[in-house]
Structures are given as C-alpha cells and as structure tokens.
Design a binder for this molecule. Structure first.
Ligand code: NAG
Ligand code: NAG
Ligand code: NAG
Length: 512
C-alpha cells in the first residue's frame, strides 16, 4: 500500500487536518479533499472512490470523514484495514465527533496518525500502543529541548574560547610585526563572526529534529526546525496559521521549555540529600474485583525516570530487572533496543552521549493489564451475612504478592444510612467509624504478616449494602517488581552510586 495522506474532512470536503506521508503540497491535498464529496455516489454505502490518479478510502464518523489517500495500485483490502485503525483513533482523542473537536485535538490526532505509520500500519497495532508511543514522543521532545540548550551553551563557550585565542594571536602578531598566521585569515572580523559558524556536534539532537515532527502533548508547538508537519517548513507555518485562524491556541515559542531549564539550579539545590544520580519511579494501579471473587480488571502502569546532577556522571547505563514477565515495556526510543533485549541494560545508542544535566528523563514505561486473579497484590474477601434483623460481616485481606510491602493500608467498608453503627467484634490492626464508613487500618502488610481479619455486626442493613469495599495503600517498591539492579558508567562500566524513590498511586482499588 502506498499511503499518500491521512486526512479528516467535513461533509463538504473541507480539510480539517491532513498528514502527508509523501511530498505533496497543501493545495494539492486540499484540492483532492474538496473534490471528494462530489465523487461519492450519494445514498450508497461505498467505502472507496477512485479518480485517475488517486484512491480515496473513507469512513464517515458522525459529521466528519476519515479519508485515506492512496495510490490506485495499492491493495484495497489493506487500505480498508488501515482505514479502520485510523478511524478508531479519532474517538480516542475527540469526545464530540465534529469539526471543532477535531481541530481542537488536531495535534494529538496527527501525532497518533504518525505512530500508526511509524509502527507499520500493517501490523496489529493496538490503541494502547499508539497512546504509549505518542506520550513517549512528547517526552522525547523535552529531552531534545534540554539537549539543544546544552548544545547552545557549549557553542557559546567554544566561540568565547576561539575569540580569546584570536585576540591572543593578534596581540602576538602585532608584537612580532607579522601578519595573521596562515589559515586564520579567513575567519574575519573578530570573535563574533566565528560563533555563528562554529560547528558543534551533538548528534542526538540533529537526528531527531530532522526526522520527525515534534509536538508536545499539551499541544504547544515549537517553532523552527523541530516543528515540521509536512515536508516543507512553509506548509507548517500555513498549517499553524490555519489552526490559529480557526481558534486553536498555538504557542509558537520555546520560552516555556527554556524557562523550565533555567530553573534547574534551584531544583538541584532543592534535591539535596539525593545522590547525583537519582532514580524516580511511579506506579499507578487501577483494580476492580468482584465480591464473589474474580478479577474484573487490573491495570498497573509505571514510569521510571532519572535525573543526573553531576557532569561526571552524565554517561550512564542502567541494569534493570523487570520483575513480572508479562509486563509490557516501552523503552525510550533513544536507547539501544538490542542491548536492552539481550542484556536488560538501558543505555543510549551512542555511549559517548551525555544525558542532559538536571532534567528528569523518562526512560522506561511499563504496563500490565490482566484479569488473572492470582495477580491481585492484596486480595480482599468480604463476607456479609444476615443475622437476625441486622448483618454480620467477616472481612479478610491476604497479600498474594509476598515480594512487596504494603504500608498504610486502609480498607474502607461503606455503612449505608439505616444500617446503624457497626459493632466491631475482632480486628487485626485499628479501625475508625466515620463518614458512613468503617475504615480498617493496617500499618504494614508483608510476607511475615500477610493476612488479617476483622469481624463486625450491624443492627440493620442488607448484606449487599457493604460494597464497594475500597482499598488504599502505599508501597516503596514497584508492585510489578521493576527494580534497578545497578547503574554503571557507559564507557568504563564502573558502578555509580544512586538513590531511588518509588511512589505508588492507587487510582482505584475496589471490590464491587
Ligand atoms: C489484533 O490484536 C487483538 C488484540 O491483541 C487480537 O484480539 C486480534 O485477534 C488481532 N488481530 C489480528 C488480525 O492479528
Ligand atoms: C500482623 O498485623 C496486624 C495488623 O497490623 C497486627 O494486628 C498483628 O499483631 C500482626 N501480627 C504479628 C504476628 O505481628
Ligand atoms: C492518583 O489516584 C487518584 C485517586 O486516588 C486519581 O484521582 C489520580 O488521577 C491519580 N494520579 C495519577 C497521576 O494517576
């Protein structure tokens, strides 16, 4: 299949957004889309139309059309398959499927379109994958910005040095009464002329900037080279202009990123007490289990990032243990995938490259989604039964994953109005009764003390009233067992001291 462009247009063929995958002018795309509604035979449910030069493969979605422009000799079955994937992406980013919403979310959509193509559209790419990669790319852009600033700083310093050297040479020349040494003459009028042309090699910046368009997830658009929608810079400006004219707030400056980098001295001062290599990981769990057992769904996502505050430590490789084998992993695209697969080591493709200082860099994301009951970290068994006019409730927790230590566990059981105050018979840990719920608190659950029970009764109520039971806790290690085994210098393989910090957020943990 030769995909020329993926576009979203309205019923009259007005282009709302279009991503071109070949060199194609804006007017050509707009022209093709404008003539598209006329080609459709009204009333019939077709999915493609052809002209002499192109094929339109399309799908109506409410008031808009998802349209792929392909060559005529591409495989129509593949085209349709791809179309479906593109079409599924739209509701992911737009709640209301109308013109305004498409324009509002244009950058997210274009980014997602790019990922479909980048991931190879014939593969069975899931929406979750697209989302992950899209988020990852905006993270990558942040790194680019930081690297570019480092590069600019280095360039400035280099030019200062050169200027000094030149001044010295001139002085020397004046003293000895000779002219400038051969080879220096071409550099011209003093230090200023040099800085503009001083080449500074920072390959990590160059490659990324030229290859791919860069957008941030917050829909800020960076100006200049980094921002390329089509293959021509001019198209970009026009596209941005167009969005602006249609009400999109487009920020055309990099000032926000510059500011965040300027804050770094203060930030590094604030991080006193941490090692100069500091690892931060965050995990989030969403879990919903049935009251009669069974896991409806569990999703654990995590991200690992690190911050280097010492220049001597800026070239690093991280040995990471992934723990649970079924966890899906995304490594930052700048890292060497082969090394990762073979050795579990996260290192930049080029070991000579330095990480930008004082910037939080995400290198790894992970996700486990499962309905496998045995994966529940802390199982809750809540067993209410009728007792006379009221209820008797037995409730128990069991730590299934004995590799983790859960702290500040709070199990909250609702006590609906009309149930009356609960009378607690026995309880491991502490409890309180407030805000129409019984809060059962256990300071620590670990392998050495992995279960506990509580019994209470109520003067009224129904057994079904004690749900959903909600659980909250913290953990200072990854629930999935993602851990950093070792950090070494990338070139000399020497161990580096580092500090870690793990945060768990329980977004949802309910027995319903
Ligand atoms: C695509 O992936 C989904 C979920 O991973 C799977 O159910 C489906 O069978 C796959 N389709 C093909 C054609 O591989
Ligand atoms: C286990 O933990 C519970 C709840 O904190 C506590 O009441 C109990 O004393 C602990 N048992 C042991 C053997 O430490
Ligand atoms: C953390 O959990 C709360 C609910 O407890 C949720 O509202 C919030 O969005 C979560 N934060 C993140 C970063 O996922």
């Amino acid at each position: 299949m030769v995909l020329l462009a993926a576009a979203v247009c309205n019923k009259t063929g007005k282009a709302l957004l279009s991503r071109q995958f070949v060199d194609m002018t804006r007017s050509r795309v707009e022209g093709l889309l404008a003539s598209f509604p006329k080609l459709m035979t009204t009333g019939k449910q077709h999915t493609f139309v052809e002209t002499e030069s192109v094929r339109y493969v399309y799908q109506p979605i409410d008031k808009i059309y998802m349209v792929l422009l392909t060559t005529r000799n591409s495989n129509i079955l593949e085209d349709l398959e791809t179309l479906r994937l593109f079409a599924r992406v739209i509701p992911e980013y737009c709640k209301v499927l109308d013109e305004a919403d498409v324009i509002k979310n244009a950058f997210s959509l274009i980014f997602a379109f790019d990922e479909i193509v980048a991931l190879g559209y014939r593969e069975n790419v899931s929406l979750a994958q697209i989302r992950t990669f899209t988020e990852m790319d905006s993270q990558e852009e942040r790194i680019q910005m930081a690297l570019r600033q480092t590069q600019e700083r280095e360039a400035k310093e280099a030019s200062k040095r050169k200027a000094k050297e030149l001044t010295q040479l001139r002085k020397d020349a004046a003293k000895t009464g000779r002219g400038m040494p051969a080879g220096m003459g071409g550099m011209g009028g003093g230090g200023h002329g040099i800085s503009a042309s001083s080449p500074v090699s920072t390959p990590i910046v160059e490659s990324r900037v030229d290859e791919k368009p860069a957008y941030t997830s917050s829909r800020q658009v960076t100006s200049g080279k980094a921002m390329k929608l089509g293959t021509k810079g001019k198209d970009v400006d026009q596209f941005v202009d167009k969005l602006q004219s249609e009400g999109e707030r487009v920020m055309s400056s990099t000032s926000t990123q510059v500011r965040s980098a300027a804050e770094t001295p203060a930030q590094s001062a604030a991080s006193a007490g941490k090692e100069s290599v500091h690892i931060e990981s965050k995990e989030d769990i969403k879990l919903s289990a049935g009251r009669d057992g069974g896991l409806e769904n569990m999703e654990i996502t995590g991200v690992l990032s690190f911050r280097v505050s010492d220049e001597r430590m800026a070239r690093l490789a991280l040995k990471i243990d992934l723990g649970n084998e079924r966890t899906q992993i995304q490594l930052h695209p700048k890292f060497d995938k082969e090394k990762w697969r073979a050795e579990g080591i996260a290192a930049l493709k080029n070991p000579e490259e330095a990480f930008p200082l004082n910037n939080e860099i995400s290198i790894l994301k992970w996700r486990l989604q499962t309905t496998e009951e045995s994966e529940i970290p802390l199982a809750i068994n809540c067993w209410p039964s009728e007792a006379g006019k009221g209820c008797s409730v037995n409730i128990e927790y069991t730590l299934n994953n004995e590799d983790v230590e859960l702290r500040d566990v709070v199990i909250t059981i609702p006590i609906p109005p009309g149930t009356g105050s609960p009378v607690v018979g026995s309880c491991d840990g502490a409890y309180s009764y407030e805000r129409s719920a019984l809060h059962w608190q256990i300071p620590l659950v670990d392998a050495s003390n992995n279960s506990g029970t509580m019994e209470f009764s109520t003067p009224g109520g129904k057994p079904s009233g004690f749900f959903p039971v909600k659980v909250d806790f913290t953990s200072s290690t990854s629930l999935l067992g993602v851990t950093i085994d070792e950090i070494v210098t990338a070139t000399t393989d020497e161990p580096v001291k580092f500090s870690t910090d793990h945060k768990l957020n329980v977004s949802k943990y309910e027995i319903v």
